[in-house]
Design a protein around this ligand. Sequence first.
Ligand code: AMP
Length: 591
Amino acid sequence: MMLFSELAEYYDRLESVSSRLKMIDITTELLKSADEDEIANIIYMTQGVLAPPFEGVEFGVAEKIVEDAIVVATGYSKQDVEKDYKKQGDLGLTAQSLRSTSKLKRMNTKNNSVNEVHGVMLGIARTSGPGSKDAKIKMLANLMAAGTPLEAKYMARYPLGQLRLGLGDSTILEALSKASTGERNFKAELERAYNLCSDLGLLGERLFKDGTKSIEGFRVALFKPIRPALAERLPTAEEIIERMHGECAVEQKYDGFRCQVHKDGNKIKLYSRRLEETTEMFPDMIKAVKDEVKADRIIFEGEALAFNEATNEFFPFQETIQRKRKHGIEEKVEEMPLHLFAFDLMYLDGEDYISRPYKDRRNALEGVLRGSKLIVPSTQIITSSPKELEKFFIDSIGDGLEGIVAKDLSAPYVAGARKFSWIKMKRSYRGELSDTLDLVIVGYFLGRGSRAEFQFGGLLCAVYNGAKDVFETISKIGTGFTEEQMKEFKRMLDGIKVKSKPPRVDAVMEPDFWVYPKYVVTVKADEITKSPTHTCGKERMPDGIEVGYALRFPRIVGEGTVRQDKSAEEATTTKEVIEMFRQQKKVGVGD
Ligand code: AMP
């Protein structure tokens, strides 16, 4: 049985190292010392959550609650707590230092186990309604008062979602592999299983209880969202047909939001591209699934678009996205009902379809949707002619769509990966890269001149290098912000500031402040160029200088700030940037 104080020691060690390899070693050691009935909780806690993220269990704890809990647990006044927080910028550090100088004795010097702390935290999350604020403060304060100052640090950060350990899924998977087999190479098998269930805690538990065989035999399951397959990109119809070795399916590409549907009889759940449960947001879709899908048990996915009843047209993305909301759902259902263009099938009435060829999946999907109205199969052609593909593409654009996605007829569904079994081609604008990039913010600059008053002068942004599991910088974005955006960025980024460069960030350029890689922004640029100031895809030149890729004229897309539907690891990858660079030369963008 692991004590929370031991877990806190591991976290403290994790925070103090600056290399990814050391992080893996410490995490491996941590996992190895866990029992089988606590491994799942330890993994969730280390991820900074209470349960697999798709279950959406939220703490419902604001900073004020943590501040009040620190007051109760330390005997200091509210003003003392606020003053210290202002100084240190991190309630975890405030909890730690005030606990260590507190005149209050450790109240009930009970050494809480990891499972006990998890249980109380779950209790805090489940407490709602009138009086819940005080109840939450009391529960949290009791935990803090019973523990060491180091425990208090993480007990303050955990419910705020600010553990700041910097461990990605990939690090945890590698550590799980080493903890269970002593080797790194079981990671691939674990990754396969993870792509099918999106639940690291479950994998850890299976592994510790039933051994590696249970991972090798892992299959998709209802209500465990599958990590979505992603598309590669190519610029021309010829290249697509060549890459597909002739005949392939070509589907219209809809610009709405991705939706994964799980149905077991009358129980139906929906998951977003980021695998968050969105069932409550779309009652009309649930009804349509009930009414139209001819299957008892099924997992399938598609792109949801809002339909404008008045004009008999689909709404564009910016408006469709308004359907993703937590309040005022009923009115929106009337105003802009959803249609779902189904494009893949993963499971049907006891049969796993993931590993079956696209052709079979599509046939079965068309079978269960026969005669349906709101949930229809995506429009598709099958062709081996570049000319025909090009025409379908032009027609799709003419219909106001984004482009097409070509699909390999014999490929399985490749969960959680970007492979050439799906290839997208989008319309492009002259003088601009045809595709936007989703970049992770890793730091920010202070404002100078007229911007000084906002204390915000721009962002340092990175892409994700999946092979190395690091974030490599590609751009400093310093222009094109509205005053509102500057204020908002400053506010959000101040909440995740870190003292030094996070271990998984690779950078040459030094921002005024580093931040924990968390927020993703969508960026447009004119061109990808080579530059020694960025580390994305860096290569050593014969003269010894390292040169990476950078963006020319980068600017943030849209009026908002960050993308809520993507995590840091879901940002554009280094590999994609290299491919975009290659393609831009080919089509001569900017000429
Ligand atoms: P992108 O976001 O540009 O990488 O394009 C991939 C996204 O296109 C997927 O995640 C889906 O949400 C969306 N999409 C729209 N239509 C289709 C389709 N027919 N097949 C696959 N994905 C589609």
